[in-house]
Design a protein around this ligand. Structure first.
Ligand code: 3PG
Length: 308
């Protein structure tokens, strides 16, 4: 079978060589499309692909129509909001993700941004420490768990809100569970987002929650920019000069932040939470292994779409 790795944002070369080894040991061939500049280029590349590995690359109806041989598409990463799940089902394509494989990289970036901000962007002036501060985890999945582990090392007090995880599992990780989202935002100086982007969460973080944050509140977003109500966030930052926003990738209204909120925000130039060699290897090799297992035995572990 022909496996195509199509990544606008390339994996590290070492990850590619390990992905290739897994594919070839499984009896498949691997082709590579990196840094493509248009959807058309991607659609041309999938024409003869049996399997596809992507990152945040868009797998939509147009791609599926251009890929008549496609049987499986794996998002090498956690969030699969870039995959048209119903479209995959309708086309008989199995869609998967690789949960947990890049979580530590994302959590380390969140802490990197928090330290950078707490120290005033390393400007030489007096900053503050993370030790003793409260950290609220909005969702307690794989990244949330990595955040909790790192936060313990910093001596932070960590709480989590996640209606899908029972309190005991949260407590067992050394984290205090809270019952309501309002309690999380009102009791934690740092709130870190670890929710997926879907119809329920898009635009869900706005004035109602941000206004609850205590003095010096810092909102940390390594999830998706789409979960933020950008207009309401900007309004809140206007009203409250103590609020800061740190995000892995700039919001659409980034120029407004530059004009009005200097020193109170940080945005990565490109989404880079999972941009470590380790995360690339973990997620890329997992994706390739899942494809090999799928073709060998029909294994559908990590499938995220419904069967036809
Ligand atoms: C994920 O959902 O796994 C992360 O956001 C990483 O996305 P990326 O592969 O585009 O870096």
């Amino acid at each position: 079978m022909k496996i195509l790795v199509a990544t606008e944002k390339p994996f590290a070369p070492l990850a590619i060589s390990q992905i290739r080894d897994v594919a070839e040991e499984g009896g498949h061939t691997l082709t590579l499309l990196e840094k493509y500049s248009s959807p058309e280029e991607l659609h041309a590349a999938v024409a003869d692909a049996d399997a596809l590995i992507v990152r945040s690359d868009i797998v939509d109806a147009a791609l599926l129509a251009a890929a008549p041989k496609l049987k499986i598409a794996v998002r090498a990463g956690a969030g699969y909001d870039n995959l048209d799940l119903n479209g995959c089902t309708a086309s008989g394509v199995v869609a998967m993700n690789t949960p947990g494989q890049n979580s530590n990289a994302v959590a380390e970036l969140a802490f990197g941004m928090m330290l950078f901000s707490a120290r005033g962007g390393f400007d030489g002036k007096t900053g503050s420490e993370l030790m003793g501060k409260s950290l609220g985890l909005h969702a307690f999945g794989n990244v949330g768990r990595c955040m909790a582990r790192i936060a313990a090392g910093f001596g932070m007090e960590t709480c989590a809100y996640d209606p899908f995880v029972d309190h005991k599992a949260i407590r067992d990780a050394g984290v205090t569970p809270v019952d309501t989202i309002e309690e999380l935002y009102s009791s934690c100086q740092y709130v870190s987002l670890h929710i997926p982007a879907n119809d329920k969460t898009r635009g869900s973080i706005g004035e109602k929650l941000i206004s609850l944050m205590p003095a010096g509140g810092v909102l940390v977003n390594t999830a998706r920019k789409e979960v933020i109500n950008e207009a309401e966030l900007a309004e809140m930052m206007e009203k409250r000069s103590d609020i800061r926003y740190l995000s892995d990738v700039a919001p659409d209204n980034a120029s407004l932040f530059a004009e009005r909120f200097a020193g109170r925000y940080f945005f990565t130039p490109k989404k880079m939470g999972a941009q470590t060699a380790e995360a690339n290897i973990n997620a890329g090799v997992a994706a390739a292994s899942q494809i090999v297992a799928f073709f060998a035995t029909g294994d559908e572990t990590c499938r995220v779409n419904k069967p036809k």
